[in-house]
Design a protein. Structure first.
Lengths: 189, 589
């Protein structure tokens, strides 16, 4: 029995708007394929309220590279800052369907821990492709999360691309965001 | 950006020596870091004590993504300085003592595979580049207009392109080693953080090898294999990299360019030489301080004030003011007026002396020379006053070096103190780093096309305020945006760019500073298609021969330069351009 189906049936209001078209993982292990939108049509959160990564706590003055980054009394190590930025991106663009605040997330299999890196790193948590975990330490291109996000507007991308004008248009991360996620997975997990 | 920020001079932490546990009778043979150097900081952009004497690398994740406007731009400038310091660190390996680290970085020959392999001509990897069989400097025709800069001795400058190991790894990981692979690369493949590339400008110093000679003492210098120049019957200058000659060269200027997470468009830093002597109390924090001896800045107008080119005379063609009537500038001849400066000589009007490798004017027989000056004194479109963060940082680095020198911490070969940051450029709204984009505050700037749209992007509040304040029946929002961009330049909340939006190196982009030319880094380094002249299509005829299709990678000319060298000039490689009927494109075999 495919229990993924039963989960979707149990939570139809949550699933309808968020399920994207799944691909076969064609990009697994291949160079990142991304398709940013054309100039002049940059991603727009659309709802007028969604914060972007630019709203994260600012970091100003580097006084000691060894010690990290200092702003006022707050100190962050570079990976803390990159990690915060990466999680902010994931929460912004993926959290409404895969955030841990949801009882059950979306997807097949359904999942709801995009804000919990430890669970995404746990290879026993299945993704849509057997043997390809959500996150693989030091391997962005081998991480399912990264693979699907950088598909941009292509088939199988996450957030899902809806060509049907009656369906919601999801805000999409941009190339700058991709490079933050890339560095986070490569160096900070 | 000039803004009132609290001074960060207070609170600098210093390393404390831990001496309590040492045995006073035992010889101390352990390697110790030098004592900390106390540096008085001014303004808001600090230098780091750990930069000297040995600068730590700026690889990610050791450097974080700085915040955009309205936060300070200091971290970007610091990144540029640090990238420069790392690349020019004097080598301490016994066989290469004093050589700038950059000289051992990979060049195009090292990272790409040419149709005619040159592997057997190259120096061992990781050692200074160049051999008697292969030059490592060259490219005497400048990017943009392919014009030749001639110094006051009739020599060309020689240019180098180097990349760091992370860049090499990226090329190999993505299998981009051949011209065909570059052409076939995914248009959306982007450059991750941690990559650095350098373009450097070197001047020949005739026959001098004494490091104490005044011509070398204050410069980063080296012995370099440069191509032998040849002149064809039609006057065209060609360079033969496989018949190099070894000469002494000194570094005049350098672009230190790096990616960080969130900024795949590169942060473009640029530095140039200064003749300031800080030990005599002199200081050089900005180009207009009078110590930049590569080229002077434009002369003050009749009111005694520096001016950017104005709208009525954007190219200074009506400005007959002498830029400098005295001074020992390396690429400017005192007495030349502005309207005769920044102009190249046609190759057909030059005669190359093959033995001395110097040029003369064909018509007169005089030594050929071009006179270059800086058109935009602060490298900004809207002001002649430099960013406070740059001035502050230049001062702080100057002081850092001075103290380190006085404390005896510096290597005698360390000449890095004789360079200053001109400026840097990057995207303030990197969400607009997209494919086939000019990356400019131009007519297709998304914040001009729809200034109310991006209300979750940084400076949204400022944009709303400006639009509301200037709302009038006879005025469109676009009018307001354009006016604000003109007034505030890259500090405008409608600017997608940050930093110095009119920055050129006088030694490298000497002839393209004009507002109608390649006036900043992104005007040449963007994601549009690249023509067979090595420039974006937006700056040329769309029907020009296309070398590379639009790609995110096109921001780096490491790729386009290699493709250009390998197959850009062979008519046999031309095919119809399916994207532009009637036009041709280069298809590398």
């Amino acid at each position: 029995m495919d229990h993924r189906i039963s989960i979707l049936l149990l939570f139809p209001p949550l699933s309808a708007a968020c399920i994207g078209e799944l691909d076969n993982g064609a990009a697994r292990g291949s160079p990142p394929e991304i398709l940013p939108v054309a100039f002049g049509h940059a991603p727009d959160p659309g709802d007028g309220a969604t914060p972007t990564l630019l709203d994260t706590p600012p970091i100003q003055v580097v006084t000691d590279l060894a010690a990290g980054v200092v702003k006022g009394a707050d100190t962050m190590t570079p990976c803390d800052a990159t990690g915060a930025q990466a999680l902010f991106i994931l929460e912004t663009y993926c959290g409404s369907c895969h955030g841990s605040n949801l009882l059950v997330g979306q997807g097949a299999p359904a999942w709801n821990y995009v804000d919990v890196p430890a669970r995404m790193l746990d290879a026993t948590n299945r993704t849509d492709i057997e043997g390809v975990p959500f996150l693989v330490q030091a391997n962005p291109k081998g991480s399912r999360i990264y693979q699907r996000i950088v598909l941009g507007n292509q088939k199988g991308a996450m957030p899902p691309v809806n060509n049907d004008p009656t369906l919601p248009v999801y805000p999409r991360p941009n190339v700058s965001d991709y490079s933050v996620l890339y560095e986070w997975i490569k160096s900070c997990l | 950006m000039n803004r009132d920020l609290p001074l960060a001079r207070a609170g600098c932490a210093f390393f404390l020596a831990l001496a309590a546990c040492q045995d006073p009778t035992k010889p101390d043979v352990a390697a110790h870091p030098p004592d900390p150097i106390e540096v008085p900081q001014v303004e808001d952009c600090a230098a780091s004590q750990e930069w000297l004497p040995v600068t730590p690398p700026l690889g990610t994740p050791t450097y974080v993504r700085p915040a955009p406007h309205p936060e300070t731009e200091c971290p970007f400038y610091r990144g540029a300085w640090q990238t420069f310091l790392v690349a020019t660190q004097p080598d301490t390996r016994p066989d290469f003592i004093g050589e700038p680290a950059l000289k051992s970085y990979a060049v195009l020959d090292d990272v790409f595979q040419r149709y005619t392999p040159v592997d057997n001509l190259l120096a061992p990897s990781g050692t200074p580049r160049g051999t008697p069989d292969r030059a490592w400097l060259g490219d005497v025709k400048q990017a943009g207009g392919r014009e030749i800069l001639l110094d006051q001795n009739g020599h060309t400058l020689y240019y180098g392109i180097h990349v760091n190991q992370a860049f090499v790894d990226f090329i190999r990981e993505n299998r981009l080693e051949t011209a065909k692979a570059i052409q076939d690369a995914s248009p959306t493949l982007f450059l991750p953080g941690g990559l650095a590339e350098f373009k450097s400008a070197w001047q020949e110093v005739d026959g001098i090898t004494d490091p104490n000679d005044p011509e070398l003492a204050d410069y980063i210098w080296t012995q370099a294999w440069v191509p032998t120049l040849e002149q064809a019957g039609d006057g065209t200058i060609e360079e033969n990299r496989n018949r190099p000659r070894q000469i002494t060269v000194r570094l005049l200027a350098i672009h230190a360019v790096f990616t960080i997470p969130g900024h795949p468009e590169f942060v473009w830093g640029s530095l140039e030489h200064t003749d300031v002597d800080a030990s005599k109390g002199e200081t050089d924090t900005k180009a207009a301080d009078g110590h930049r001896n590569v080229a002077p800045v434009v002369a003050p107008d009749v009111t005694g004030h520096l001016q950017n080119p104005n709208a009525d005379d954007p190219n200074n063609l009506n400005n007959s003011t002498i830029v400098a009537d005295h001074g020992n500038f390396l690429v400017y001849k005192p007495g030349v007026p502005a309207n005769q400066g920044d102009q190249s000589l046609a190759e057909k009007d030059l005669v190359l002396d093959g033995d001395s490798q110097t040029f003369r004017v064909k018509a007169t027989g005089a030594i050929a020379q071009t006179s270059i000056y800086r058109m935009f004194p602060a490298s900004k479109s809207n002001t002649v006053d430099p960013d406070d963060a740059i001035s502050s940082l230049n001062h702080n680095v100057e002081q850092l070096f001075l103290r380190a020198q006085q404390a005896g911490h510096l290597d005698a070969n360390d000449k890095r103190m004789h360079y200053r940051l001109v400026g840097a450029q990057w995207m303030d709204k990197p969400a607009f780093f997209t494919l086939d984009s000019t990356l400019q505050n131009d007519r297709v700037n998304p914040l001009l096309l729809d200034p109310n749209k991006y209300d979750a992007m940084n400076q949204a509040g400022e944009r709303i305020e400006v639009l509301a304040k200037n709302a009038a029946p006879d005025k469109t929002d676009a009018d307001t945006v354009l006016a604000d961009l003109r007034e505030r330049g890259s500090d405008s909340p409608f600017s997608i760019l940050a930093g110095e939006d009119r920055m050129s190196s006088t030694a490298m982009e000497s002839f393209t500073q004009r507002p109608d030319s390649f006036f900043n880094c992104f005007s040449c380094h963007n994601t549009q298609a690249v023509t067979a002249k090595g420039v974006p299509v937006s700056k040329g005829d769309v029907a020009q021969i296309q070398l590379l299709k639009p790609k995110l990678l096109n921001v780096s000319h490491v790729f386009s330069q290699f493709v250009l060298e390998e197959c850009g000039e062979d008519p046999a490689n031309l095919v119809d351009n399916e994207d532009s009927p009637g036009a041709k494109r280069v298809q590398c075999p």
